[in-house]
Design a protein around this ligand. Sequence first.
Ligand code: AMP
Ligand code: FE
Ligand code: FE
Ligand code: ZN
Length: 274
Amino acid sequence: MRIDLHTHSTVSDGTESPSEVIRAAAAAKIDTVALTDHDSVSGWQAASAMAAALGLGFVPGVEVSAKHRGISIHLLGYWPDPHAQAMTDMFAKTRRARVARAQEMTERIAKQYPITWDDVMVRAGDADTVGRPHIADALIDAGHFEDRSAAFAAALMPGSPFYVPHYAPDVLDAVRAVRAAGGVPVFAHPGADLRGRVVADQVIVDMADAGLAGLEIDHRDHSPQQRERLSALAERLGLIRTGSSDYHGAGKPNQLGENTTSEEAFDALHAQRG
Ligand code: AMP
Ligand code: FE
Ligand code: FE
Ligand code: ZN
């Protein structure tokens, strides 16, 4: 069994539609795949229909943007009720804040690398959730950078003069909102320290107390040191270990199935479904 629990579509910052992501998963010999767009569940229907047609297991998921004292945290939520009001309100608020933030970043960037807000909107297409990758795509179209990675390195990372943060809920509130919706929360790439600051062990302890189910340990953005630290923490706190690709289509080098979750871990997550 190959289980990949973290992928993105054009609903957020992936480059393939939800049904294309599922087709790509089938081609990559994945048996069970989760669609986890940022702050939106609007890809579930198309993805689950395609998964049923192709005989793949489908896990409806979401990657919630959250925060702890200014440090950005991504929280995966599996099987939440898509109609749970508190959770969908939280996503809507974040999505609105993301648009204003992308506009502000675009204005700042345009002074050095000419692009317009329209260029960014064209690249966002009908995405529900706008993010820095759409700004990166506009910069690539305008010929300023080769690919998203280069655009991020030069202009889009925290610490860049163009970087603007956006509203996101506190991570303990996000954990509770996913649980209240009957979902199973897993901390996405908790040790990805090349992207920005990561949280200390105590924050993970507090998240576990609030209802966290697991840690996404097997992820390409983790160094051997981070894997070791997180494995010890998972063991100590009784958290489930997951692994995933964080596939974004052509938007990132990450390949479907490059990291996977064991059947045992998957069953343990599924058993916690509310
Ligand atoms: P945002 O959601 O606007 O904060 O942007 C974060 C998203 O940008 C992440 O979900 C990744 O998909 C993407 N990202 C972050 N760092 C990089 C990078 N170095 N290269 C390409 N994409 C990146
Ligand atoms: Fe992303
Ligand atoms: Fe993420
Ligand atoms: Zn992701």
